[in-house]
Design a protein around this ligand. Structure first.
Ligand SMILES: [Mg+2]
Ligand SMILES: [Zn+2]
Length: 275
């Protein structure tokens, strides 16, 4: 094993789009989505939208077909397969849900490359309706004010730290784009890497609060760049003298600025476009 854990966000990172928005748009429920958006937290809203799809007589199989129809870039597929071949432990930490993620990964034959997927659980109920639940038990709040109540990705990172430390997997690479990926990046340690998607909310937050991160930062703009940079990082990290505290240095457009960190009440995702 390379001793490296690579953690991917899912929406707008592994896939170039947002799976929730994709399903809302493709299933033609943008109008009702916009009706409930102002009054429901995202996770509950998506569960409500699955109920809406069911009430229109559309099946879980149709949702699956809609997810399979969405493209996945060949560079991402290669990045996943190559980093796995280099001995990395690959994981996903996502605020989508287990049904969406598994359907897409299995369709592209990528599911087996991941040791664990940390996301909101989902299941099909007795009426054939897809249900989406929060990752955290809502009766015991996680208490992190960066994150939505259903999922604190930083909490997940700490759990992964605890579970892999005995296996000697010491260094992490975190790849993501969104506001919800900032909290887990704050949990990264010296020698780890944060890979924010350039000009997306995570990148903005890191650029504005660079001094809060212990990890090094390497931005990416395209799937091609993600593949190239991730593999270069893994190769460099694997080849480093374990006794050395030196980290590889890379160029970054990130400027150090100090601005307040926005709290979780800002919109989590871009809204689906009404038809
Ligand atoms: Mg994302
Ligand atoms: Zn958090």
């Amino acid at each position: 094993m390379a001793g490296i854990v690579v953690i991917f966000d899912f929406d707008k990172t592994i896939i170039d789009w947002d799976s929730d928005n994709w399903v809302v748009n493709q299933m033609g429920i943008t109008e009702v989505f916009h009706e409930f958006y102002p009054i429901l937290p995202w996770n509950i809203l998506m569960d409500r939208m699955m109920g809406e799809i069911h009430s229109l007589g559309r099946t879980v199989e149709e949702i699956a077909e809609c997810l399979k129809a969405a493209p996945l870039q060949p560079h991402i597929i290669r990045a996943i397969k190559s980093s796995h071949a280099l001995g990395c432990d690959l994981r996903i930490v996502s605020d989508a849900n287990s049904f969406f993620i598994q359907t897409i990964l299995k369709h592209h034959k990528l599911f087996e490359y991941f040791s664990e997927i940390h996301t909101n659980p989902s299941f099909v109920d007795e009426d054939g309706k897809l249900r989406i639940l929060p990752y955290h038990d809502m009766s015991s709040p996680h208490g992190c004010n960066h994150c939505p109540s259903n999922l604190c990705k930083g909490f997940v990172i700490e759990r992964i730290h605890a579970s892999v430390s005995e296996l000697g997997q010491k260094r992490f690479v975190y790849v993501g784009d969104g506001r919800g990926d900032f909290c887990p990046c704050l949990k990264l340690r010296e020698g780890d890497f944060a890979m924010p998607r350039k000009n997306f909310p995570l990148w903005d937050l890191i650029c504005s609060n660079r001094l809060l991160l212990k990890a090094d930062v390497q931005e990416w703009s395209s799937a091609e760049e993600l593949e190239k940079i991730l593999l270069r990082l893994i190769t460099t990290m694997s080849g480093e003298d374990k006794t050395s505290s030196q980290s590889p240095s890379f160029d970054s457009d990130c400027m150090v600025r100090v601005v307040p960190i926005p709290l979780h009440d800002a919109p989590r995702k871009a809204l689906p476009v009404p038809h």
